[in-house]
Ligand binder design. Structure first.
Ligand SMILES: *Cc1c(COP(=O)(O)O)cnc(C)c1O
Length: 361
C-alpha cells in the first residue's frame, strides 16, 4: 500500500493552457510565471514543459538561478528585483533580467560597476497596488536614468500590476492601464501589465508582454467563473490513500478535540494526508474528498498527517483505495479553496516537499 500522497502533474494540460493563453492574446509575448515552485507544480519540470513561452518570470533571484542551473536558456525575469551588489552581479552573470521596483534598487544599479551588463530589464511603476513600484512623481527620472545605465545593456520595459483584475469591468483597472499607457507612450517603452485575470477579461491590457500564472495551472482567477468554462484544464490532481477504517459507535468522537461526534454508528476512513502535506487545516469538518467516484465528507480536524472521512455511504471502500483531494471534475480546486476560505493559488503553493510530484503526458 502506498503510504504517501501524490500530486499528479499533467504536462499535456499545462501545454493546453499555454495554447489557450496564446489564443486569447495572439499579439503579445508570453512570460510564463513559475514563481513559488511553479505554484507548487515543480519549477524545472514545468519550465521544461512550457518551453513554448517567450520568457519565464519568477519572484526571487534564487528561483531564476535554479532555472539556469537546470539548463533553461529562456529569458528569465525576477519580479522583485535584487537589493545587493552581489545579487546584481549574479543576475548579470547568469543573464537574468531584473525588475527595478524601488528607488533603492535603482540607486544600487547606478552606483556600482558590474563585470557584465544586465540584459533587458524592467521598471515597475506604482499605479494602484501600493506594494512595489516607483511612484508616479519619480517615474520619469527613474526611467531616464535606467535607460542610460551602463550596467544595463539593452533597453528597459515598463511594468505594473493590477490590484483588481479579477473584478470584471472595475474602473480601477482602466485607471491603472491609462497611467501605464501614457507613460509608455511618452518614453517609447514596451509594456507588460496583464496577469491571468486581465489576459482573460481585459484584452486592451495585453500590450507587448503578458504574465500568465494561475491560468497556466488550469485554475480560474475569477470567483464566479469555473476553469472549465474558460476552457482551462486542471494540471494538478492531488491523491492519497485510505489507510485504515474505523467503525464508530453513536457518541464516539473523531480526532483532536473531538470536533466531530457520531450521531449514529458510522464507518470512518483514515486518509494519509494532512496539513503537513499542505492539505489545509481550514478544511476541518467542511472539506470533502472523492473515493470510488463518490464524495465523502471530512470529519473532525485535519491533523498533520491524516484526515478522517465519512464512509457510511461507501460500504465497499477498503484500505489501499485511492482518494482524490482535488483536481477532478467533482472536486475542482476552486471549490476546495472556497470551502477553505482561501484561493486556489494558496492551496497549490502550500503543497509541501513531502508530497511526491509525478509527471504525466
Ligand atoms: C504572480 C504574478 C503574476 C501572475 O498572476 P496570476 O494571477 O497567477 O496570473 C503576474 N504578475 C505579477 C507581478 C505577479 O506577482
Amino acid at each position: 500500500m502506498q503510504l504517501h500522497p501524490i500530486a499528479h502533474i499533467d504536462l499535456a494540460a499545462l501545454q493546453h493552457n499555454l495554447a489557450c493563453v496564446k489564443q486569447v492574446a495572439p499579439d503579445s509575448r508570453i512570460m510564463s510565471v513559475v514563481k513559488a515552485n511553479a505554484y507548487g507544480h515543480g519549477l524545472v519540470d514545468v519550465a521544461r514543459a512550457l518551453s513554448a513561452s517567450d520568457a519565464f518570470t519568477v519572484a526571487r533571484l534564487s528561483e531564476g538561478l535554479l532555472l539556469r542551473e537546470a539548463g533553461i536558456e529562456h529569458a528569465i525575469v525576477v519580479l522583485e528585483g535584487v537589493n545587493t551588489v552581489s545579487d546584481l552581479q549574479l543576475a548579470a552573470e547568469n543573464d537574468i533580467s531584473l525588475v527595478f521596483t524601488t528607488l533603492l534598487q535603482i540607486e544600487l544599479v547606478l552606483s556600482t560597476t558590474l563585470s557584465k551588463a544586465l540584459l533587458f530589464c524592467w521598471v515597475m511603476a506604482e499605479t494602484g497596488m501600493h506594494r512595489l513600484g516607483i511612484p508616479a512623481e519619480k517615474l520619469d527620472q527613474a526611467i531616464q536614468s535606467l535607460k542610460r545605465a551602463e550596467n544595463i545593456a539593452d533597453s528597459i520595459g515598463l511594468m505594473s500590476h493590477f490590484a483588481n483584475a479579477d473584478l470584471l469591468r472595475d474602473e480601477r483597472n482602466q485607471h491603472q492601464l491609462d497611467q501605464i499607457m501614457q507613460c509608455a507612450k511618452q518614453h517609447r517603452l514596451s509594456v507588460s501589465m496583464a496577469n491571468s485575470a486581465a489576459i482573460l477579461s481585459f484584452p486592451e491590457s495585453h500590450a507587448d508582454w503578458i504574465r500568465p500564472g494561475i491560468m497556466l495551472y488550469g485554475s480560474s482567477p475569477f470567483k464566479m467563473q469555473s476553469a472549465s468554462s474558460l476552457n482551462l484544464k486542471p494540471v494538478m490532481k492531488l491523491t492519497s490513500t485510505l489507510i485504515a477504517i474505523q467503525n464508530l459507535k453513536t457518541g464516539d468522537e473523531v480526532g483532536y478535540g473531538g470536533d466531530w461526534v457520531a450521531e449514529h454508528d458510522t464507518r470512518v476512513g483514515i486518509v494519509n494526508i494532512g496539513y503537513g502535506d499542505g492539505y489545509s487545516r481550514q478544511l476541518s469538518n467542511t472539506g470533502s474528498v472523492k473515493i470510488h467516484n463518490k464524495i465523502a465528507a471530512v470529519l473532525g480536524r485535519v491533523s498533520m498527517d491524516m484526515i478522517a472521512i465519512d464512509l457510511s455511504h461507501i460500504l465497499h471502500a477498503k484500505e489501499g483505495d485511492d482518494v482524490v483531494l482535488w483536481g477532478c471534475e467533482q472536486l475542482p480546486i476552486e471549490d476546495v479553496a472556497n470551502k477553505a476560505n482561501t484561493i486556489s493559488y494558496e492551496l497549490l503553493c502550500q503543497i509541501s516537499e513531502r508530497v511526491r510530484r509525478e509527471y504525466h503526458g
